[in-house]
Design a protein around this ligand. Structure first.
Ligand code: ADP
Length: 304
């Protein structure tokens, strides 16, 4: 299968001023889950709104399964969970899903089968006949996801899902996403919560200040050059100078372990140590968490 999402230099500048997204080039294939990471204001929702043709780009183009995103046909096989979920309160959970499956052209028995199964999967079978107006926010989130998945879309787009759910339901949601992936769907999750994407995504991209900074598997990104320097006897005078480098220093008596987030920081730390006459015992490669990578790309002022 070709790319399910392809963007070529996609960008958006608003007429009243302000750039929301710059030259996004991205290609995602079937069966791939992608975590679109970035702090608030980075341009994640703008990218999603461009993919869904809610707004039009001022530069570049987006394609869904080879069709320009502006064609309604391109969106036929797309499921979407918006950042703010608003569902009509007069529906029951079961009614909403059955109706949604009907919109996808499914026959009555298949609609009923899918609606029941979906409610069971997200642990809502007991509340199937209750009106949505009486549901809690967490339940509505689960229903919004069920609604987006009921027609088994080729592309599922989740905009900042905050599944503040209990661990058991969280696992069911994760299983649903993995199941969608397993049948060949592309899952696109925008988030500033790293742990939510790390668990399901094959690749992640970090968007910061309207630009996609890095793309790779979580493992690729975490192997991005971090190191740990062990100093058996750190002179007290070096501590302040080291703190200026931004590296993390952990002291155990006079022994110091200094975590550096990349080659530049490591070089700076080595320079400080040399100036203070501190001998280095060992240097180890250190995998970085997505959290650290995110902070490095985005800057300390805009962490997740
Ligand atoms: P994110 O989803 O990553 O939080 P957004 O895509 O919502 O970011 O916003 C990216 C940038 O575009 C922000 O600086 C935001 O203020 C700006 N922006 C978003 N929508 C509009 C709009 N309709 N008009 C002008 N600027 C906008």
């Amino acid at each position: 299968m070709g790319a399910v999402i392809r963007t070529e230099g996609l960008g958006k500048t608003y007429r009243r001023g302000g750039t929301a997204l710059r030259s996004l080039d991205l290609e995602l294939s079937g069966g791939e889950a992608f975590g679109f990471l970035g702090p608030n204001g980075a341009g994640k929702s703008t990218a999603i709104h461009l993919l869904l043709d809610f707004i039009r780009p001022s530069e570049g183009a987006a394609f869904l399964s080879g069709e320009p995103a502006s064609r309604s046909r391109a969106r036929r096989r797309v499921g979407h969970v918006p950042e703010t979920v608003r569902l009509p309160g007069y529906y029951t959970g079961w009614g909403l899903l059955e109706f949604q499956a009907g919109l996808a052209g499914l026959g009555r028995p298949e609609r009923a089968r899918r609606a029941s199964r979906m409610l069971e999967t997200v642990c809502l079978a007991h509340a199937a006949g209750r009106r949505l107006s009486g549901y809690s926010k967490g339940v509505l989130q689960r229903l919004a996801l069920s609604q987006a998945l009921i027609a088994e879309p080729d592309l599922l787009i989740l905009d900042e899902p905050t599944f503040n759910l209990d661990p058991q339901v969280r696992k069911h949601v994760r299983d649903l996403l993995l199941e969608a992936k397993g049948r060949g769907a592309t899952v696109f999750i925008s988030s500033h919560i790293l742990s939510e994407v790390e668990a399901v995504c094959d690749r992640v991209g970090i968007l910061a200040k309207e630009v996609l900074r890095r793309v790779g598997t979580p493992t690729d990104l975490s192997a991005g050059g971090g190191s740990e320097i062990v100093v058996p006897e750190l002179p007290a005078t070096a501590i302040e100078a080291l703190s200026m480098t931004g590296a993390q220093v952990v002291l155990n008596g006079r022994k110091a372990t200094i975590a550096c987030d990349g080659p530049d920081q490591e070089a700076e730390v080595r320079r400080v140590l040399e100036e203070r006459g501190a001998a280095v015992d060992a240097v180890h490669a250190r995998p970085q968490s997505l959290e650290e990578i995110f902070r490095r790309e985005v800057g300390p002022e805009a962490g997740p």
